[in-house]
Ligand binder design. Structure first.
Ligand SMILES: C[S@@+](CC[C@H](N)C(=O)[O-])C[C@H]1O[C@@H](n2cnc3c(N)ncnc32)[C@H](O)[C@@H]1O
Length: 322
């Protein structure tokens, strides 16, 4: 069966998600990053027996877009961060669910809206907040006020940018005369700071990693994920699945670590001869290695290049790990 997709955002790793992300007889699904609903649409087409989908997104504007077309009546959209999943489920009177998906990062829809400030390729205000309704620091606030040393760390850690020192230096110099206000402004300064030889040969725009780092920091994306994983595992019904699609090595590491801890159960120090904590394994890991996109998907959707999917299954009480 072909699944209709939205030309504003092509969902990534849909087939691996369908293979691992939901039990065949599941009834309730949480799409923690609903966006334009690509994964949900595919799941509903594959599992017509689904009774309820709870779709969360912290970006109210994207949910408005999703509501412009008639929604499947089984879907309830909630403007909320996925770290608030337990509160959302409690409010809806749902104790456990059969599947949860977190498809991290931003959608192509957000990247394509210049006034959101996510894309260096589209001039706009340097904003990058996924939820503008809450106020909070923008990317411009960050680059205009953070000490140079903080920017070096930020670009290095969250952007894996090897010229983070040179770029932070150029930003600090430039903001002495005029604060940054636009995406184009920042992109030009970053471009000017990296070695000319790299500018000529790099496959991606020199500002790509700096923009990624700022977006992750502005939205505290790693903090959000870390606060969510064990709560999400805790709300899975027996045999329920948690699937996470990440785009950054730090995100993938958080997922791998949380899955491994929940699959291990016992938290006793390794030198203890017998287990005294009594913690039982909660998960079976379904993807020993993260699933990545094949060449055909990467050609059709370059955003899939860095996507990694990990999935796990909640064990039933008394069930031991296979
Ligand atoms: C990659 S897109 C998801 C695309 C979606 N799977 C689809 O097929 O249309 C990521 C979405 O997650 C949202 N998002 C990111 N972090 C979030 C968080 N902590 N809580 C809720 N939504 C979040 C973004 O606003 C964006 O709409």
């Amino acid at each position: 069966m072909t699944v209709p997709t939205d030309p504003r955002h092509l969902p990534v790793l849909v087939e691996p998600f369908l293979a691992h992300g939901f039990p065949p007889d599941g009834r309730i699904f949480v799409d923690g990053t609903f966006g334009l609903g690509g994964h949900t649409r595919a799941l509903l087409a594959r599992h017509p027996g689904i009774r309820q989908v709870i779709g969360l997104d912290r970006d109210g504007e994207i949910l408005e877009w999703s509501r412009r077309e008639p929604l499947d009546p089984r879907i309830t959209l909630v403007h909320e961060r996925f770290s608030r999943l337990p509160e959302v489920l409690d409010r809806l009177g749902v104790s456990t669910v059969d599947g949860i998906l977190l498809d991290l990062g931003v959608s192509s829809y957000q990247l394509g809206e210049p006034e959101r400030g996510f894309a260096f390729s589209r001039p706009g205000p340097l904003d990058m907040r996924m939820d503008r309704s809450l106020g909070g620091e923008t990317a411009a606030d960050l680059v205009n006020t953070r000490p140079e040393g903080d920017l070096v760390r930020l670009f290095g850690e969250l952007g894996e940018e090897r010229f983070s020192r040179r770029i932070a230096r150029a930003i600090a110099r430039r903001r002495e005369s005029a604060p940054f206000a636009t995406t184009a402004d920042l992109a030009a300064v970053v471009e000017g700071a990296v070695p000319a030889a790299l500018r000529a040969t790099s496959r991606v725009h020199p500002a790509t990693r700096v923009f990624q780092a700022l977006r992750i920091a502005v939205n505290d994306e790693l903090g959000e994920l870390e606060a969510t994983l064990s709560a999400a595992i805790g709300r899975l019904a027996p045999h329920g699945r948690l699937a996470v699609i990440s785009f950054h090595s730090l995100e993938d590491r958080l997922v791998k670590t949380a899955f491994a801890a929940a699959a291990r159960g016992c938290r006793c120090p390794p030198q203890f001869p017998v287990c005294t904590c009594g913690q039982r394994p909660l998960l079976e890991i379904l993807t020993r290695k993260p699933v990545v996109a094949d060449d055909a998907e990467i050609v059709a959707n370059p955003r899939a290049r860095s996507a990694k999917l990990r999935a796990a299954r909640r064990l039933a009480p008394g069930e031991s790990r296979p």
